[in-house]
Design a protein around this ligand. Structure first.
Ligand SMILES: Cc1cc(O)cc2c1CC(c1ccc(O)cc1)=C2c1ccccc1
Length: 251
């Protein structure tokens, strides 16, 4: 690998985005619209920081532009949700969307169908609490989610796509090495380290599941005229790619 696990981890630790404040005077009790709007406003701010975070992951900007865009499009909600779980890990029963935007599961009652997803988020968060997830492990899982998010899609055709896919697989090696390294610092037996690696990676399938539920719920919400994050995300990615390459806008 082109860099040591220790170096890789310190690079992605530095890449961590700053804490975001919603900075709205939240009028409680929430209505369906006000809660969804607050979530959308927060997510909009977070998505901007997510793009600069991704570009700080060693090797990410060396991938093809198409891969960079597709990876973020596949996993943006998983990454938002993992961040939410991390912020909520020391606050049982609460979802800390931001320091000034904390929700209990009961408050999910005001948005039809969201409480079930809040409960899934809270369950995954308490699993992280049980495991005593470390910050170094958390940043590795987040990078894993990004880099693992689109292996399942179309097999690469052109040489550029093949090259990018190869780089992606090597990047995944580095993230796995980094997670193994982070776990090895906890003073566990070899067997316990192997089990911990398994438990942490198995949680990724729960995160994918909750994200898919959230995406379905969000699209139901969009039929009720909630601002479309999709457009914001696509806009940002276009804005981002146009700044980093003068590709002509596809008509
Ligand atoms: C459970 C659920 C249901 C749903 O319909 C939408 C969302 C969520 C969670 C969530 C979210 C936002 C910010 C975070 O940091 C972490 C999660 C969003 C959401 C809303 C608007 C735009 C983007 C994401």
């Amino acid at each position: 690998p082109f860099m040591s696990p220790e170096e890789f981890i310190s690079r992605i630790m530095e890449a961590e985005p700053p804490e975001i404040y919603l900075m709205e005077d939240l009028k409680k009790p929430f209505t369906q619209a006000s809660m969804m709007m607050s979530l959308t406003n927060l997510a909009d701010k977070e998505l901007v920081l997510m793009i600069s975070w991704a570009k700080k992951i060693p090797g990410f900007v060396e991938l093809s532009l198409a891969d960079q865009i597709h990876l973020l499009k596949c996993c943006w909600l998983e990454i938002l949700m993992l961040g939410l779980m991390w912020r909520s890990v020391d606050h049982p029963g609460k979802l800390i969307f931001s320091p000034d935007f904390k929700l209990s599961r009961e408050e999910g009652q005001c948005v039809e169908g969201i409480m079930e997803i809040f409960d899934m988020l809270l369950a995954a968060t308490s699993r992280f609490r049980e495991l005593k997830l470390q910050r170094e492990e958390y940043v590795c899982l987040k990078a894993m989610i990004l880099l693992n998010s689109n292996l399942c899609t179309n097999s690469p055709q052109t040489t550029e796509e093949l090259e990018s896919r190869n780089k992606l697989l090597h990047l995944l090696d580095s993230v796995i090495d980094a997670l193994v390294w982070a776990i090895s610092k906890l003073g566990l037996s070899t067997q316990q380290q192997t089990l911990r690696l398994g438990h942490l990676t198995m949680l990724l399938s729960h995160i994918r599941h909750v994200s898919n539920k959230g995406m379905d719920h969000l699209s139901t919400m969009k039929k009720k005229n909630v601002v479309l994050v999709y457009n914001l995300l696509l806009e940002m990615l276009d804005a981002n790619t146009s700044s980093s390459s003068n590709q002509t806008a596809a008509s």
